[in-house]
Design a protein around this ligand. Structure first.
Ligand code: AMP
Ligand code: MG
Length: 183
């Protein structure tokens, strides 16, 4: 089980889309989608970005249930998720102990990109309702993410592998990604 994380705008979705084209048999599960299925069915949430507005007890309950759902897909999967989720009152861990303890994680893949590129990718992406962040806030969010991922890696005793996804170099990124996944 491989967990892919990265600040929103780092290029996670693009990389994973491309990876699925290259390896149609790979099973990639989006943690946000699993959460959204539960949130929309039971709590009337109408958009994936609306989950960040949930009451925190609900958010945690849904997060824990989503982790249980992942087990249905078996061990050899790639999980597309977030190191931290910025909510109104702070940054929440994407993989708290009640998620980590359910899973056997082989590696964390952390996708990085230059903060300026992250900012302009977020501006171009009109499909999402991202929270506006200044360049400084993007850098800070990245720092929060890295400290969160370190604690997950220590808990799971699994490595963190870093991938840089610079504009115009997707092929290079994909080679790094395949290598990290072990293909
Ligand atoms: P994404 O489409 O990957 O940006 O994910 C959509 C939403 O799913 C995020 O904004 C979060 O609200 C939620 N989400 C994804 N992964 C996690 C996680 N590990 N813990 C909590 N919420 C998550
Ligand atoms: Mg995404």
């Amino acid at each position: 089980m491989i967990v892919v994380m990265g600040t929103p705008g780092a290029g996670k979705s693009t990389i994973i889309r491309k990876f699925k084209e290259m390896h149609p048999d790979a099973v990639v599960v989006n943690f946000g989608t699993v959460m959204f299925d539960i949130a929309s069915k039971h709590y009337g949430v109408t958009s994936r970005d609306g989950m960040r507005l949930l009451r925190r007890d609900r958010f945690r309950e849904i997060q824990g249930r989503a982790a249980g759902e992942l087990l249905k897909h078996g061990q050899g999967i790639i999980i597309d998720t977030h190191a931290s989720v910025r909510m109104a009152d702070g940054y929440y861990p994407g993989f708290p102990h009640y998620v980590l303890s359910k899973l056997r994680i082989d590696a964390f893949l952390y996708i990085r990109a230059p903060p300026v590129e992250i900012a302009s990718r977020r501006e171009r992406d009109t499909t999402r309702k991202r929270d506006p962040e200044t360049l400084d806030e993007i850098k800070f969010h990245e720092m929060v993410n890295l400290s969160m991922v370190s604690s997950y890696a220590a808990y799971a005793n699994a490595p963190i592998k870093f991938i840089i996804n610079e504009d115009g170099k997707l092929d290079q990124t994909m080679r790094q990604f395949e290598e990290c996944v072990g293909l």
